[in-house]
Design a protein around this ligand. Structure first.
Ligand SMILES: [Zn+2]
Length: 300
């Protein structure tokens, strides 16, 4: 069973759930199917984390289960509400004909993923460089355990900025609403996979797909060290930006996660929403001491 989860979990989610999203989008089923698929994906993520955990203790809440659920529900509702607005935007867009509507649905979805991946990855990188963006992105980096729901643990303002960068170019091209619905499922699946506390494997694809093996390096708590592997769907842009890093020997524990410069970051939901607007939410430029054992991962 563990072998099945280790090698079958990613294909099940990436190909199985996403193909179901593509099929239901292609036949223009009711938009409610996207909600049902996302709930199914969350349930599969929790099941896989219990069958084959990377760290068993990361399955136990650290007074964070309610807060993380609030982030997940609010942010997912925001994403789905944004999808519902797309037909309104499409109706006022003059360039609707630019969308490759004649392509097979799966090709349209992959095209949307590639463009969204570039925008979201680039804003993510900028969020580690620009002070006001980091204030909002810091919520996501305050985690103390690495598990599926972390993907939706974001400040709504930061999610809105990321979504705008990823989806606005698509809307300008005339993104159809049923492609947007399928894309919203693919994003949810990717966020779950990327943060899953599942010891799955994808072989050499780990240097191309933005999955948890690479993303754990992004959550290392030391400034600079964690500024790697920004990709959402792929690591293509990290290779181009020279921000890809990986060490197959590295194992991660709770002590490696979070933000070394902000060890007392607020933990309650509403306090996390307020923190970017407070003086204490400013970027910490002082470089904390980095233990030599994690100061270099053979970046390219
Ligand atoms: Zn980040």
């Amino acid at each position: 069973m563990t072998t099945l989860v280790r090698w079958g979990y990613v294909p099940f989610m990436l190909i199985g759930i996403n193909s179901a999203a593509a099929y239901l989008g292609a036949v223009r089923a009711s938009e409610l199917w996207a909600v049902a698929l996302i709930v199914t994906a969350v349930a599969c993520s929790f099941a896989a984390e219990r069958l084959l955990p990377y760290r068993r203790q990361w399955n136990s809440p650290l007074d964070d289960a309610g807060r993380d659920s609030a982030h997940a529900v609010v942010n997912e509702a925001f994403i789905l509400a944004s999808v519902a607005v797309i037909p309104v935007l499409a109706a006022i867009m003059p360039s609707r004909s630019l969308w490759p509507a004649g392509w097979p649905f799966v090709a349209q979805l992959l095209f949307a993923i590639l463009i969204a991946d570039f925008g979201i990855t680039t804003v993510h990188l900028a969020s580690h460089r620009i002070g006001w963006l980091w204030r909002f992105h810091a919520v996501h980096h305050s985690i103390r355990r690495f598990y599926g729901l972390n993907g939706l643990m974001k400040h709504p303002v930061h999610q809105a900025v990321e979504m705008a960068a990823g989806v606005l170019p698509l809307i300008l091209l005339g993104l159809p609403v049923h492609v947007a619905s399928a894309l919203s499922v693919c994003v949810a699946v990717q966020l779950l996979l990327q943060h899953a506390n599942v010891d799955y494997r994808v072989g050499p694809l780990r240097s191309v797909l933005a999955l948890n093996e690479g993303h754990r390096f992004h959550h290392l708590k030391w400034a600079g060290v964690g500024d790697v592997n920004f990709g959402l769907f792929t690591l293509i842009w990290d290779h181009l930006y020279r921000t890809y890093a990986f060490d197959p020997q590295r194992r991660f524990s709770t002590d490696d996660l979070g933000m070394a410069a902000k060890p007392d970051y607020p933990e309650a939901y509403l306090r996390q929403l307020a923190e970017p607007f407070r003086a204490s939410g400013a970027c910490q430029f002082r470089q904390p001491e980095i233990p030599s054992r994690i100061s270099d991962y053979g970046r390219r």
